[in-house]
Design a protein around this ligand. Structure first.
Ligand code: ADP
Ligand code: NI
Length: 218
């Protein structure tokens, strides 16, 4: 299958994106999703069609994200035309669109959406991108863009209970690690996702220890 038209579409849609949801993030999610799928499913059983669905969904997932896209319905309509032109069936197209519409953390705070297997790999890959060195870089970029303080010991982490509260509560980027990021490994759908998620969360815990020791000058 030729995904070039999808790659071109994502590059155009995300060309002004500078908060960690750019084309390269989509490309890494696509690659990571396939890598996790192949690590969980020995090559003999791995299905190249499944790999293409994961690749397309990974590339496209943030083009309709509410944080960065002002008109998601319009973009969904474009994707609905684009996927069949790349060779996906109607059923595969619907699966990809359902997955990318329901995989975000904020969507799943109040309700847990059951994603198809391909969507589970895309979701785990997207969560892995919020962890590790890349996750740290993305968190501070996002926090800076939203004028959040790096850290404030007077602002305590909260339990996230709703989509609106997630978007509106007073936050610091360091608190975001405790409120969301370090919880991601436990939410992973797949064996491969859990393993890589845990390794990257460990790296972040090391960063937080160092951050706190540098913060507490004495
Ligand atoms: P959601 O799934 O809720 O839409 P994302 O997981 O897509 O959010 O967010 C993607 C990236 O943006 C992640 O790397 C995440 O750490 C970062 N991000 C989201 N909210 C915050 C925040 N309040 N502070 C720092 N980073 C954030
Ligand atoms: Ni993403």
């Amino acid at each position: 299958m030729n995904l070039q038209a999808i790659i071109d579409f994502v590059q155009t849609q995300l060309k002004n994106e500078t908060t960690g949801h750019d084309f390269y993030h989509g490309q890494r999610v696509a690659k990571l999703g396939v890598k996790l799928y192949l690590s969980d499913n020995p090559a003999a059983h791995a299905d190249s069609r499944v790999c293409d669905i994961i690749r397309a969904g990974g590339l496209l997932h943030d083009t309709i994200d509410e944080k960065i896209c002002p008109n998601p319905d319009q973009v969904v309509a474009q994707i609905k035309k684009l996927l069949p032109m790349a060779g996906f069936t109607e059923l595969e197209t619907d699966d990809i669109i359902f997955s990318i519409q329901h995989l975000s953390f904020s969507q799943n705070i109040e309700h847990h959406y059951q994603l198809p297997l391909t969507g589970q790999y895309i979701q785990d890959a997207d969560r892995i991108e919020a962890l590790g060195a890349i996750g740290i870089a993305r968190a501070f970029t996002y926090g800076g863009r939203h004028n959040n303080p790096i850290y404030d010991p007077k602002i305590k982490p909260v339990e996230l209970v709703s989509h609106d509260q997630y978007r509106q509560h007073q936050e610091t980027t360091i608190n975001h690690f405790y409120e969301k990021l370090l919880k991601l490994p436990a939410l992973m759908n797949t064996t491969g996702g859990k393993k890589l998620g845990n390794a990257r969360a460990d790296y972040m815990r090391g960063f937080l220890d160092e951050f706190k020791s540098e913060w507490n000058v004495d």
